[in-house]
Design a protein around this ligand. Structure first.
Ligand code: FMN
Ligand code: SF4
Ligand code: SF4
Length: 314
């Protein structure tokens, strides 16, 4: 796959780019061609691309949208092989995994050509974002795309090995206040990347050492190693639709899960029977202790199961 800078005119002529941003129309109108003036006043078009396991990032994508915004699922764009996007503003919303983007988001940005006058990224997290904004800044720049604005929003932490979802949903993380700030920044097309401290960078390095994850791929796992389906399964098929990798299949011998896994936890959180559990992994640095509460699961209260299926179905 050819990697090219989205900040160049790859796949688009300069004229196309100007047209998109309304500048060509503005130029024509300024020459006195009155009837075209209304084109100048067209509302800005925004595209928001998102990845989600349990709905937090889709909720934020929706909150950052207006009537002129197209909200697109990254797993669906990858499925369709769609990599070219053009609008006045393009944003990406995703959950951080070990302060890094999901592997699919990383692959997406390597192939994407985002043509927009303003680009932003909003990363959702549950407790510690450390240098997540800087990590995305580096990954996206290396892939040829520069984001003008990168910020984070703290929400329910869906990391089951450390957190009890029953407790998480009771915590007030001041999401409306955080959203209001981000919206204000975006309205002003603020240029800003949330800065990382040396302590945050060191903490991330410590996490990478402890977790033994490869920084070039992050949480790219194998689902058959980490998840097992118990006898509580009723064959409802939800797991076959909520997995962005399409790893689950209904077979004559029950549900089988296998394949490259983004570790998004969509399957384990959305199974209505709690029949998907972590495998016993005593030597695993992240999962040696299993999970805090195998009976508590989470999906963002504003996002339906239907929406998660639409986002991730393969
Ligand atoms: C594999 C994995 C790793 C995670 N790593 C972090 C992390 O490093 N820091 C953090 O604060 N939250 C972490 N989280 C929590 C999620 O980033 C957070 O709950 C996010 O809002 C979930 O978004 P979603 O509902 O769109 O999937 C992690 C969750 C998962 C599943
Ligand atoms: S979502 Fe749960 S109950 Fe439904 S088929 Fe999958 S494992 Fe079985
Ligand atoms: S197997 Fe589960 S955790 Fe892995 S990508 Fe699919 S839904 Fe996400």
């Amino acid at each position: 796959m050819q990697r090219v800078s989205s900040d160049n005119n790859n796949g688009f002529s300069r004229r196309d780019a100007l047209k998109r941003m309304g500048l060509l129309m503005a130029g024509v109108a300024s020459l006195g061609m009155g009837p075209l003036t209304s084109c100048r006043e067209e509302a800005k078009k925004r595209i928001i691309l998102y990845f989600t396991g349990t709905g937090n990032s889709l909720y934020i994508a929706r909150q950052l949208a207006d009537e002129n915004t197209e909200i697109l699922s990254i797993p669906q764009m990858m499925k369709q092989g769609r990599h070219d996007f053009a609008a006045d503003e393009i944003g990406i919303v995703y959950p951080i995994y070990g302060h890094m983007p999901p592997n699919m988001v990383r692959n997406f940005i390597k192939q994407a050509r985002l043509l927009a006058g303003y680009k932003f990224a909003v990363l959702t997290f549950g407790m510690l974002d450390f240098n997540a904004a800087e990590i995305w800044d580096n990954i996206s720049r290396q892939s040829g795309t520069t984001f003008d604005y990168i910020n984070t929003i703290v929400m329910v932490d869906n990391w089951l090995p450390n957190f009890n979802m029953a407790d998480q949903i009771k915590m007030d993380k001041h999401i409306p206040e955080q959203l209001a700030k981000v919206k204000e920044d975006l309205d002003q097309q603020k240029k800003w990347v949330k800065p990382a401290t040396d302590a945050a960078r060191r903490a991330h390095e410590g996490f990478m050492y402890f977790s033994r994850l490869d920084p070039d791929i992050g949480f790219l796992m194998r689902s058959e190693k980490y998840f097992q389906v118990t006898d509580a399964c009723i064959g409802c098929g939800i797991c076959t639709e909520v997995c962005p990798q399409g790893n689950y299949k209904l077979t004559s011998e029950g549900v089988k899960g296998e394949g490259d896994c983004d570790f998004c936890f969509s399957c384990i959180h959305n199974c209505p029977q709690h029949a998907i559990q972590f495998a016993s992994l005593p030597g695993d640095p992240l999962l040696a202790r299993g999970e805090v509460n195998p009976n508590a699961r989470y999906r963002n209260e504003h996002v339906s199961l239907w929406s998660i299926k639409n986002a991730n179905r393969q």
